[in-house]
Design a binder for this molecule. Structure first.
Ligand code: UD1
Ligand code: UDP
Length: 372
């Protein structure tokens, strides 16, 4: 991992989507023999939410794992902040990289910024304008304490500029999820066994839901499941729901019985990509899944009232449906036979290369100034 001593990079991650979306950055650091290491907060820790992605994507072990585990918003973030600070004080990297909007991202950015270490935020400038979501607070605060803002699209770039962030710090580079999809789709489609394992020879649909605002509310979660059942009843094809541990816990707590749906444990990335790319329709509240369906040209219905990925709505790959059962059914009817001639707004699959190149230029220049 050590080679180019001109730049020392710390990649901070902690959850499933961060491991997947950071994987192209890790590969690029490896390719260029950069001096970098991974710091894992341990926000996700179950095998199928964490380790499986390191194994499958052949990522190097994290140098540190804080094992913070689950907790309230404040405690989880605070535990990470304390642990990350100690490591950064010891390692003194030139730049810390975080991606997305989880508590890990905010804690990583804040710990680095307070120590005067440069922060690069990948996936900067996304806004749902819904402050009831913990992710929206994380996005805004992370953007405003970052030095390098890697916006995926022109929309996110404009949002950052309107919020007063300096143009010289904002870089439109696409989203690393395109890189990850391109790097893995062929092997997912040809080698993953999940379609045959679930006996899905013909058409099927795929759903995911785990967002706090949906699954922690009995009213919303019950309605969402009812909406999925209405769709399954209408189209009479299997609807597969790989269930996130948070959603699993809440289903049990609320005593909701999802009859008719095919619930499976969370899938590994290749399995999920295989089902996602071959599904007739995907229903989700996930951010990453809204992006991936758009890239894979699969119609998507988003089980939320808003999205920080408005580009998907703009190009026509995605429709917002909230959690009301009849609205979910209506959106599914609109999307299921939609023509898939939209263009992917998230870039060409070279985001990781662009990000690392910018870092090498900017952060190295900054380092030379400091040393001079
Ligand atoms: C977190 C992110 C969310 C992201 C999601 C990706 C925040 C505020 N939320 O939500 O933005 O979309 O990750 O999947 O950062 N659990 C396990 N095993 C695990 C992890 C979690 O069983 O490996 C269960 C625990 O019961 C835990 C619950 O899931 O209490 C929620 O986990 P948490 O990390 O707090 O939030 P997520 O819902 O995963
Ligand atoms: N994913 C996966 N297995 C699953 C469900 C999702 O590998 O069973 C992947 C999916 O391909 C996407 C990412 O997880 O890349 C999305 O993560 P998640 O929905 O947990 O978080 P969000 O994107 O909403 O933050």
């Amino acid at each position: 991992m050590v080679g180019d001593n001109s730049l020392k990079v710390t990649i901070i991650l902690g959850t499933r989507p961060e491991i997947i979306k950071m994987s192209p950055i890790v590969r690029e650091c490896e390719r260029l023999h950069l001096d970098y290491f991974i710091l894992h907060t341990g926000q996700h820790y179950s095998y199928n939410m964490d380790r499986v992605f390191f194994e499958q994507l052949e990522l190097p072990e994290a140098k540190y794992n804080l094992d913070v585990g689950s907790g309230t918003q404040g405690k989880q973030t605070a535990d990470m902040l304390i642990g990350i600070e100690k490591i950064l004080q010891k390692e003194i990297p030139d730049v810390v990289l975080v991606e997305g909007d989880t508590n890990t991202v905010l804690a990583g950015a804040l710990a680095a910024a307070k120590l005067g270490i440069k922060v690069g935020h990948i996936e900067a400038g996304l806004r749902s304008y819904d402050r009831s979501m913990p992710e929206e607070t994380n996005r805004i605060l992370t953007d405003h304490c970052s030095d390098y803002l890697f916006a995926p699209t022109s929309t996110s770039k404009q949002i950052l500029l309107h919020e007063g962030l300096l143009q010289k710090n904002v870089f439109m580079v696409g989203n690393t999820i395109v890189d990850a999809v391109k790097q893995n789709i062929t092997i997912a489609q040809t080698k993953a066994q999940i379609q045959s394992k679930l006996n899905l020879q013909n058409e099927f649909m795929l759903a995911t839901s785990h967002r706090q605002e949906n699954v922690d509310s009995k009213f919303h979660f019950k309605n969402l499941i009812k909406g999925l059942q209405l769709i399954q009843n209408e189209f009479k094809i299997p609807l597969i729901y790989p269930i996130h541990p948070r959603a699993r816990k809440q289903l049990q707590l609320f005593g909701i019985n999802p009859t008719g749906l095919t619930l499976v444990e969370p899938l590994n990335y290749l399995e999920f990509l295989q089902l996602e790319s071959k599904a007739k329709l995907v229903l989700t509240d996930s951010g990453g899944v809204q992006e991936e369906t758009c890239i894979l040209k699969v119609p998507c219905v988003t089980l939320r009232e808003n999205t920080e990925r408005p580009e998907t709505i703009g190009v026509g790959s995605n429709l917002l449906a909230g959690t009301s059962p009849n609205r979910i059914l209506a959106a599914a009817k609109t999307m299921i036979n939609k023509s898939k001639n939209w263009t992917n707004p998230f870039g060409d699959g070279n985001a990781a290369q662009k990000i690392v190149k910018i870092l090498k230029t900017k952060a190295c220049a900054n380092k030379s100034r400091k040393l001079a």
